[in-house]
Ligand binder design. Sequence first.
Ligand code: FAD
Length: 283
Amino acid sequence: MKIADVLKQKMTLSFEVFPPKEPVPLTGLLDALDNLYRFKPDFISCTYHAGGDRRDRNMEICRAVRKSGHEIMTHLTCIGNTREDLHSFIGDYIDIGIENILALRGDYPPGWNGTRGDFAHGQELIEFVQDEFPGLCLAAAAYPEKHITAPSLEGDIAHLRIKQEKGAHFFMTQLCHDIRAFERFTDKARKAGIHLPIIAGIMPVLSRDPVIRMTFSNGCSIPAELAVIMGKYEDDKAGFKKAGMEYTVKLIHRFIDMGVNGIHIYTLNRWEDVAVIVQDAGL
Ligand code: FAD
């Protein structure tokens, strides 16, 4: 089923997983997925890592989710990919029944300063897929606090507008711990003519160092309410986790109250913590 059709009916709930690196077996993730299915997600998304075994594993996970009868959206990037490569990968995805793709530029591997592929930006991949495989449902990435390399939020939103014009069906956002920033972004995007559904990407707040690392590497802010938790539980991992999970639940409620089109939880393949958050949020 196309996610765009589900978004016309309801607010979606979805989970993101990533393919573990070899030699970590896939069984742990498959078990995590079985546990996440209990929450009846509208779809699962699986990240894409350029080249090598993790691409194969992305395919394996997509196949397993499809086999279980659940909807899957694969991520796909321009990194190192020619048109022919992308044509062939997408053909493989279609062969296993995939109808939804998150079309991304991708993060440059260390030492790269371009995609080293035929497309330089997400919008070009979206246009290519629309032209070659017009039946697919396409998602595009959005950045509530702007992409870390974008000179301004307005400029970044102008590029989102191009993704919309090239045929994206909905947007999915980067993590954002700050509801005010998310509201400002949505307001500006709507005023700039972005009419597509926007699904909020939510990174559970579970431990202090990853929160710092992820927010810094993505150029996101840490709002005062979260900073207080970080200060209060600096040396108390269990206390931090409890307060962080409560913060995450509150954030989910705030996103729902502001009318986002979907809640997408970056599970980090940790279903136990995510299960508690989903239950506490009443999703
Ligand atoms: P683009 O849309 O190309 O944007 C990147 C930057 O270029 C922005 O600053 C934009 O404003 C600017 N820009 C866009 N078009 C132009 C233009 N024509 N001229 C000049 N500048 C332009 N990465 C992975 O490798 N694998 C994943 O599975 C993955 N999953 C993700 C899931 C989500 C929900 C999100 C939000 C991100 C994900 N990423 C993933 C990270 C993503 O690949 C990076 O953020 C990447 O740096 C940008 O991808 P994009 O598609 O947004 O790029």
